[in-house]
Design a protein around this ligand. Sequence first.
Ligand SMILES: [Zn+2]
Ligand SMILES: [Zn+2]
Length: 282
Amino acid sequence: MPLDLAIYAVVLAVVNYPFVLGVDWYVRTHPVKPVYKLDEPAGQRAREVRNSWMATPVHSVFFATFIGSGALLTGPESIGLAIGTFVLTFFWTEIWHYVSHVSMHTKALHFIHREHHRSHLTAPWTSVSFSLLEKFIFSGGILGGLALLSRWHALSAFGIFVYYVVYFYTNTLGHANFEMRAAGYYSRSMGQIFNSPSYHALHHARYVRNYGLLTPWLDRVFGTEWEDVAAVQTRAATGSPLTRLGEKCFHESTSQTSGSARTPARIGDIAEFAAEDADDFP
Ligand SMILES: [Zn+2]
Ligand SMILES: [Zn+2]
């Protein structure tokens, strides 16, 4: 294996832990603004840490295997190729994650995703708590899709590596149960493009909708976004967090998100069915 690929793989195998430990330390030692003001259930962290030992290295192993075996073709590194590959990986992962995530909320496939959803209240360690099979599907899909695309144009190993590092960091923040954006975030241009931590906190607390990874676009296209995302974000950002997992604030919804989930598309109905089947939901 080339030295640069080996270095990337080693970094990917371990870099998630400093992110999780750092964000966890920050949440516990700083006056953050929680999305849900609830105590973490006893045993949650120990279970999430146990899950992480198996699930976290999967990305690194898949990355090294796909590129090292030649299944994913990479070319000579350049700034342009690295940026292009990063952007391509970003968009493909948004699509793959949405499709696979919604699929895992169907009755037939929910067993793959159930372990991640045992944490109804998100925490930094929830970001690394998955079944092994779920991580196989996530990373296998990302790299498998890129492998197909690489037959058309060789990609940058460095660009994919950087995407994974960014994903690890943003995924940790997305599970941290505190709002880092100012009130009204979803009415600003940045909020139209990227999610804030409130977005995924709602997915875990309510079990369905808000399936997007870093962006809300596909949830809006398919009508699977919670309509009170903006209201919840503003409540958290103004120091008025939700106090029950089932709590909703539809009456406070703002216009830019109110239309998407009010009339769920068929894909949303499938996901709701999975929620009814989830016997571990309180
Ligand atoms: Zn889910
Ligand atoms: Zn999650």
